[in-house]
Design a protein around this ligand. Structure first.
Ligand SMILES: [Fe+2]
Length: 567
């Protein structure tokens, strides 16, 4: 049973101090690993992805944040957002559904999916809510992005206090403009959103741009934003507890929007786009920022995977065995091998040109997440794309999924036996396998980060997040690894992960439940003082609530203003 059963443990997360179990910790490995996750006490809902947001943070330097000399601080906190505070005061009025957690206040903003650093600031995101800023040091709530009146609210349910905003878990920070670009879809219409770091958002509807499913990522080059339809499919009957009947769309539209066109158009007015179609299905994609020689985008396709479907009582796995109740809620792993492509999109001719493809059914299954050099220099000229793969895992595929995808899955590609998880590097832009490290069959690697060897002040003339030799090859790949025998963090040389870990941190008996994306920050400090949206600024619809709940909303606004800790 290779998938750790501790993945969905509802044990309360705790702070820990990790120590070096093997190897030598590199002296020039610095900064902090940040992880986003749904809080495990909300794993009892229909999908673990909808749990309340929390943050884990590991200092990559010993002796920080109260850890003893020689120990590395693992710290965690639930995000004390208005959503979390309202729920803590009145848990009885909140209910988990297949589209998140609903209440008379409106829809919970879980902010549990991805950390998004913006210089010294830190935002936590998810697909169905505004990005949430937290204090990088305390991990406490600081504010949401843009007053709700600027966003199109998906008002299928009453939402007097907590708006339901369809957005994306992967906005981007524009290094030239120093702004956040994200999206707001409304009844399928795509709107692009720009936020300058303070005040209201600005948004533009994109002419002819509809989103059949959802938007999980956007990406950018210097001049263009790229938004694709992503493979998280919600069929109407699923909202009321019905079964999925259709697979995620095999292909979908991809829109290219010129940043200059947005900025030349008053907000609210339509902006045009160029339309492409991309297959197979996508969730994560990353453009090369320098578009001097064309618009090139790396797509991590999620072919025949279904993260919207979870396993539950009565399910049988891909080999016909009863699914383990301990894995209830596990999302559908890929039924086909990984496919990663580098495509060039030409807005003049409309052509899509394939530059490279990485696919190896004997080796590459269940790509989890990636580690890249996110500095401006690294995104402009990437050299390495590091990934973790969890291996072929028939116990994480249900017969219900196979029935829905029956016409699309080639079972002859399935390995005869489970395959080991991998830490691997593909070289850019040719996507050849540069280096591979095999983990143990019962390991579950997750959310790696790339850390440049020396960054910021150590490399004069480069941007804050860049090392002296940017691109992703000069530095470290840091990989958290779940295992029922104990959580550990392994550090690899980014130039050759195949050499195996240079160092391993662990603490006996410590396990960590399911987490989502990660990010690296060179340092964490208290959030700066600047004008921010307050929850109290959004309480103009309290008359739609019963008096007792309106009073609770006012209490939460007061608690936030006074810094009262979440119980
Ligand atoms: Fe994601």
């Amino acid at each position: 049973m290779p998938v750790p059963r501790s993945l969905f443990s509802r044990d309360r997360p705790a702070d820990h101090d990790l120590t070096l179990r093997s190897g030598a910790w590199p002296a020039d490995l610095t900064g902090e690993l940040i992880l986003s996750a749904p809080h495990p006490d909300t794993f009892d809902g229909p999908h673990p992805f909808f749990g309340e947001g929390m943050t884990y943070r590991l200092s990559l330097e010993a002796g920080r944040h109260g850890a003893p000399d020689g120990s590395f601080a693992w710290r965690q906190a639930r995000i004390d957002s208005p959503s979390a505070r309202l729920r803590a005061k009145r848990p009885d009025v909140f209910a988990s559904t297949m589209i998140g957690v609903q209440s008379p206040f409106g829809a919970t903003n879980s902010a549990n999916t991805a950390p998004l650093p913006w210089g010294d600031r830190l935002f936590m995101t998810w697909d169905v809510g505004r990005p949430v800023e937290i204090d990088p040091l305390t991990m406490g709530f600081v504010g949401e992005v843009g007053h709700r009146s600027g966003w199109h609210e998906f008002d299928v349910v009453p939402q007097p206090v907590l708006p339901l905003v369809m957005s994306t878990a992967h906005p981007v920070i524009d290094p030239d403009r120093d702004v956040m670009w994200t999206v707001n879809t409304w009844w399928g219409q795509l709107h692009v959103v720009r936020w300058d770091g303070e005040g209201p958002i600005r948004s533009w509807p994109i002419r002819g741009a509809t989103i059949p499913q959802s938007v999980h990522s956007i990406t950018q080059t210097r001049d263009w934003l790229i938004v694709g339809d992503c493979a998280f499919k919600v069929e109407p009957q699923v909202l009321t507890g019905g079964e999925r009947t259709e697979p995620a769309n095999h292909d979908g539209p991809l829109y290219l929007i010129r940043k200059d066109d947005l900025e030349a158009t008053p907000p609210g007015r339509e902006v045009g786009c160029d339309v492409f179609r991309v297959a197979p299905e996508i969730n994560h994609y990353y453009a090369i920022y320098d578009d001097t020689d064309g618009i090139r985008v790396l797509f991590e396709h999620t072919e025949n995977a279904d993260i919207a479907m979870t396993q539950g009582p009565g399910d049988l796995d891909a080999l016909g065995r009863p699914c383990d109740p301990a894995l209830r809620g596990l999302y559908g792993f890929p039924m086909s091998p990984d496919r990663t492509t580098l495509l060039e999109l030409d807005p003049v001719s409309g052509a899509v040109t394939g530059h490279a493809e990485l696919r190896d059914p004997t080796l590459l299954w269940t790509r989890q997440l990636n580690a890249m050099d996110w500095s401006t220099e690294g995104m402009s000229r990437p050299t390495s794309h590091h990934m973790v793969n969890q291996g072929w895992r028939p116990e994480a595929i249900t017969q219900r999924m196979l029935a829905v995808y029956r016409d699309r899955v080639d079972r002859s590609l399935w390995p005869a036996e489970e395959t080991p998880p991998l830490v691997m590097t593909a070289s850019m832009p040719d996507l050849t396998v540069a280096s591979v490290h095999e983990l143990a069959l019962d390991d579950f690697p997750t959310s790696p980060i790339f850390v440049p060897r020396d960054s910021g002040d150590a490399s004069p003339g480069t941007s804050r997040y860049a090392g002296s030799d940017p691109g992703g090859h000069d530095g470290y790949v840091v990989v958290p690894i779940m295992n029922d025998d104990g959580f550990r963090v392994e550090v690899f040389d980014a130039a050759d992960v195949g050499k195996g870990p240079l160092a391993t941190l662990a603490k006996p008996g410590m396990t960590v439940p399911f987490v989502l994306h990660s990010a690296w920050m060179p340092a964490v400090a208290r959030a700066d003082d600047r004008p921010r949206l307050r929850f109290a600024d959004e309480l103009d619809r309290l008359d739609e609530l019963p008096a007792d709940l309106a009073a609770v909303a006012i209490e939460v606004a007061t608690d936030l203003a006074d810094g009262v800790p979440l119980p």
